[in-house]
Design a protein around this ligand. Sequence first.
Ligand SMILES: Nc1nc2c(ncn2[C@@H]2O[C@H](COP(=O)(O)OP(=O)(O)OP(=O)(O)O)[C@@H](O)[C@H]2O)c(=O)[nH]1
Ligand SMILES: [Mg+2]
Length: 430
Amino acid sequence: MFLDRVKIWVRAGDGGAGAATFRQEAHVPRGGPDGGDGGRGGSVHVRVDPGQTTLRDFQYRHHFKATPGGRGTRSRRHGKAGDDLELVVPPGTAIFDDASGELLADLVAVGQSAMVARGGRGGLGNTHFKTATHQAPKHAQKGEPGEERWLRLELRLIADIGLVGLPNAGKSTLLAALTAAQPRIAEYPFTTLEPNLGVMDLGEDDGRRPTIADLPGLIEGASTGAGLGHAFLRHVERTRVLVHVVDGAARDPEWSHGVIPDELLAHDPGLLDKPMLVVFNKLDLAGAAEAWPDFQAARRADGLPVVAIAAATGQGIDQLRTALGGLLPEADQLDAPLDATGVVVHRIDAMGDGFAVDREDGAFRVRGRRIERLAAQTNFEVEESAERFQRELDRHGIDAELRRAGVAAGDTVRIGATELEWEAQPWEDR
Ligand SMILES: Nc1nc2c(ncn2[C@@H]2O[C@H](COP(=O)(O)OP(=O)(O)OP(=O)(O)O)[C@@H](O)[C@H]2O)c(=O)[nH]1
Ligand SMILES: [Mg+2]
């Protein structure tokens, strides 16, 4: 199956926890803090691999996780970093955040890659928290959680030439005549159910190796969902040149010719700005040979280039090759990606250091990237760590904001995945 849209879940590795250990030496009963830092969690990356043509790798597997960072240990030994995870996709894959619909990256060229989930930072060991007045901190940070999200991957094939036309016009036969590809060909419509790709040889003296995509046949109404072609119309968006294949032996080739431009226009008017070559096929059949003079005259009147061929016998294929060579850009441009928007990676960091307090079914919810991260990195079972966190709430004015919102002793306060019970502050008792 040709898979060009998938939803996957990615999760980066959590950072490892920092250690809260103390030096142990024979003659020193309790030495200074020596807890190492936790290792960074592995991140998830998506990279373009030219060997891929579909998103088939994601058909059955939808969950991908990078490994967590190791814990820090005594003697200032740092935890090992988690391994990154790399997913490979074909050129032309756009990556969206599924929840927000935001485009995270558009990977068009070989070698491009994007980070889609960042590994959590490792927690700091207690050595970092030693101060002149606090020589034996028991506080160490937990690792930062790795990012996780649902992604939608969408493939738009990148080919230099796109073959479009009604079902049974001979598109697949033409692909086979122009390239080494061996697509399925049959005397009934809708033979091609998924795009076929081939690489064209323009002759020894020509260094260009344009790619051709043979697409499933389009029918009237394709742009609004009729037939199969609809799902594939977007694959035409990233071709440089369109070849419109018309069955010359059809009952009314002139009518057939009119259908496709209407569908392309309805899908995306920009498609008609691409250079288009009309190919009148099946010239070996008597009906086609008869219809050709009128068809040719009509295209001349439209100002559209047209070539007559018989894809099945090879007649006219050389002229077609030459005509295509003339429509394609020079080699250096052909190698450059079409609309090389490159990687657009938008980091989602809506609030940064800011925060907001909301009511949430009887409890209080504090939102803010920085404070949520801090909460995730705090081990509330260690009193010293919990106190530190309380001081951070105070320092950033979150404490005051919660009180303005009406928080009282015993209330639940949620910060990220952390749930805290609000305790009366010493000064409240006064
Ligand atoms: N006589 C003759 N028959 C041809 C020629 N080109 C294609 N055909 C026949 O036309 C039929 C359809 O050819 P395909 O290449 O499968 O057509 P298609 O446009 O790919 O069709 P779909 O995939 O269904 O959209 C097959 O029976 C081919 O053998 C030609 O030049 N001459
Ligand atoms: Mg076909």
